[in-house]
Design a protein around this ligand. Sequence first.
Ligand SMILES: NC(=O)c1ccc[n+]([C@@H]2O[C@H](COP(=O)([O-])OP(=O)(O)OC[C@H]3O[C@@H](n4cnc5c(N)ncnc54)[C@H](O)[C@@H]3O)[C@@H](O)[C@H]2O)c1
Length: 336
Amino acid sequence: MDVKARLGFVGLGTMGGDLLEQARGNPKIEVAALCDIEPVALDKAARSCVNKPAQYNNHRVMLAKEKLDGVVVAVPQHLHAAISIDALDAGVNTFCEKPMGLSVAQCEAMLAAAQRNGKALMIGQVLRYIGVYRYVLELTRSGELGKPFAVRIIRTMGLWGSWGRPWRLKRETCGGMLLEINAHEIDFMRCILGEAASVSATGNRFNNLENDYEDLIFAQIVFANGGMGSLTAAACDYMGRYTGEVFCEKGTIYYDSVAKTLHVQRDGTEKEVVAYDDVHPEWENGVYREIREFAETCMGEHPATIPGEEGLRNVEIAEACYQSIREGRPVSLPLK
Ligand SMILES: NC(=O)c1ccc[n+]([C@@H]2O[C@H](COP(=O)([O-])OP(=O)(O)OC[C@H]3O[C@@H](n4cnc5c(N)ncnc54)[C@H](O)[C@@H]3O)[C@@H](O)[C@H]2O)c1
């Protein structure tokens, strides 16, 4: 018998639409229900599905009426905690987009809900699964370049105008740059260097008067293994760049996601330069992989591959950086 995971989708904007598209292409997933408060988004999503999933404008009604194996939450992040907790309390495994929440307290409440209901909670830290980033993580873990000891990432853009979504203009709905954008880079650094021991950050709002949060942040992270991380985040950089470097004992990796080239310099050899398109083009799409793994978790095949505990650690680093900016001093982790 063909057994499929019955999934419901809450939030069908840009990311929810992407997750839905990848779910539709997965033979082990039944798109059972869709939910969005915006009729246009709901209708567009429904029309993209041939199997006519049930439609809702209230996630609680959806949870009460449908017998779901899993719920995919892709609403703005100030709603992640409340909707995920409702889903978990309804006894449904939950996939929640990044950032997991806007505070450690919210993430802890989500984890508690998963625990008391015995359900899985997975966080959409998809960068780990995307082409060149996945390659960098696998190369680093292979040991071929020796132990990694530092990661430096610069991810900046010009005045972004919130990509047409007003919720991205406010700290209280998006969590500022470190949560809205750099939850990815923080997670990537943790994947390489492990857990953070302390952070020191400076930040301010200089140019981007549309937003009510810092548009330039310099964050330094010290990891428990002695490794060092450096993150530059900006929404006031007319140049706009996205580069990363991983320093290892026997080599250095450099990637440029604007030029779309990956550079690997091994000790004593010629530098290799690879175009992004040539980095394992056969690998599955990152969003397809995360939704596939979530469906497998819903079917009891394995625990959540990116569990809530990891999402919490990312949020904690961001929260500690904001505290450091406010207080003008380094902040130790874990936060009390
Ligand atoms: N993993 C990634 O790379 C990535 C990329 C983009 C966005 N995201 C994350 O995905 C989430 C959504 O971002 P987006 O860009 O799709 O935003 P969006 O504004 O395009 O879509 C959000 C959708 O949620 C709906 N919504 C709002 N409140 C709702 C509610 N109570 N019930 C049901 N639907 C509701 C909105 O109507 C909208 O259609 C955010 O948490 C964002 O950080 C992740």
